[in-house]
Design a protein around this ligand. Structure first.
Ligand code: GUN
Ligand code: ZN
Length: 428
């Protein structure tokens, strides 16, 4: 048994449905770890008394949280993060597709997967759900890099059979068969989970959407991820491509790509029917606020989280940061622009249990509950002089943590544990 000591925040409900009071703070808390699993979370004195021979790692005033869960990102876009001057479709053509074409090379794919996961861990993110590229090798690289670090990862082959360069196009048949083979290889292999991944309606023919709908139906415990209503130009394009559909969501729904285990990235420009249908189907949304501001997509309606499971994500490289702290700050700013002030409890929950629930994995990650995997982050709440001087005036834990949410980055990450093992910093 090992004990990690620090401040602790735990949630006993969903703050969007149950209010911020669903969070509990322990000024002097501890997480007890048995092997790779959390054995107990509670007051440090009580856990020390219960486990007098436990090895103790004292993180002082650092805040212990579940490792951050990034529910939507593109590891193949790490190399083109912060690409200047384009909106979605232009950005895909100018920056994204040429970079993704490089992933036919397994060595390059592995290098970028390793780099992305090292960056994620340095920022306190212990689980990610990634789009790979059309190349099966890019999926192998992702899960192999995850296994080397013991991380719980989600991912899938990004399928595209139209409106993409020749070198990045598969077919309805090959998308199905390659995805099926990767699913058989990786889904449930250690901590890897396969995700059926049509990129979005503009780059998949109805035949491809249908084939992937059939694959998902045959593997109902898998997640399915795609993009939905990110930019108005994209929504108009989908309307032109599919005059027969009621709306953008309907282009997925009519091919079997709507259900409880569906994850829709962005979901900004929704109709009333789409909102109602998403709630009724029990699907999840993934809010990607740094991406939405960076490529000029729009302002996500956070009130949706009251009725639809919602996670939080960087969406790198459309997103401009690897940091879930920076992502929480952007979520706060986006909500402010819509007239709503998110409580720090909302933000921390989104980045941990909210994303874990979207991934249908809150029984394993995203909380400090006993029996779940010991993936943790310790945050230094005074990591820079600017943050420290503000936190010094804090009168409660929320005032102490909010400056780190708004101004923090990888310098705030004092420790990361994956499956109970302390991750070594890859960057000095
Ligand atoms: N829509 C389709 N593909 C992408 C992508 O790679 N990034 C973002 N942000 N939106 C997309
Ligand atoms: Zn995306």
């Amino acid at each position: 048994m090992r004990l990690i000591l620090g401040q602790i925040l735990t949630f006993h409900g969903d703050p969007f449905r149950d209010g911020p009071a669903s969070a509990r703070h322990e000024r002097r808390g501890a997480v007890a770890i048995d092997g790779a699993t959390i054995a107990a979370t509670g007051p440090a004195d009580a856990l020390r008394a219960a486990h007098p021979r436990a090895e103790v790692e004292d993180m002082g005033d650092a805040l212990l949280l579940p490792g951050f869960v990034d529910a939507h990102m593109h590891y193949p876009q790490t190399g083109i993060v912060a690409a200047w001057g384009a909106r979605l479709i232009d950005w895909l053509n100018r920056y994204t597709f040429p970079e993704e074409a490089r992933f036919h090379d397994p060595a390059y794919a592995r290098r970028q997967a390793d780099l992305t996961l090292d960056l994620a861990l340095a920022h306190g993110t212990t689980s990610l759900c990634s789009y790979c590229t059309i190349h099966p090798e890019s999926v192998d690289a992702w899960f192999e890099a995850g296994a080397a670090r013991g991380m719980a990862l989600w991912g899938g082959k990004t399928c595209m059979d139209r409106n993409a360069p020749e070198s990045l196009r598969d077919t309805a048949r090959s998308a199905h068969d390659d995805s099926a083979a990767l699913l058989a290889r990786w889904h449930g292999a250690g901590r890897a989970r396969y995700v059926v991944t049509p990129r979005f309606t503009p780059t998949s023919t109805p035949a491809q959407l249908e084939a992937l709908g059939a694959l998902w139906a045959a593997n109902p415990d898998c997640l399915m991820q795609t993009h939905l209503s990110e930019q108005t130009d994209e929504v108009a394009w989908v309307r032109d491509l599919h005059p027969e559909a009621r709306d953008y969501l309907d282009t997925y729904e009519r091919h079997g790509l709507l259900g409880e285990r569906a994850l829709y990235g962005h979901a900004i420009h929704l109709t009333d029917r789409e909102r109602a249908r998403l709630a009724e189907a029990g699907a999840a949304l993934v809010h990607c606020p740094t991406s939405n501001t960076f490529i000029g997509s729009g302002l996500f309606d956070m009130t949706l989280a009251r009725t639809i499971t919602t996670g939080l994500a960087t969406d790198t490289g459309g997103g401009s940061s690897f940091s879930m702290l920076r992502t929480m700050a952007a979520a706060y700013e986006v909500a402010q622009l819509r007239g709503e002030a998110l409580h720090p409890a909302h933000l921390l929950w989104l980045a941990t249990e909210g994303s874990a629930r979207a991934l249908h994995a809150a029984d394993r990650i995203g909380t400090l509950a006993p029996g779940t995997d010991a993936d943790l982050v310790a945050l230094d709440l005074a990591s820079t002089p600017a943050i420290a001087q503000r936190a010094a005036r804090a009168e409660d834990v929320w005032e102490a943590v909010f400056p780190t949410i708004m101004m923090g980055d990888d310098r705030a990450v004092a420790g990361v544990w994956v499956g109970g093992t302390r991750a070594q910093r890859a960057f000095p």
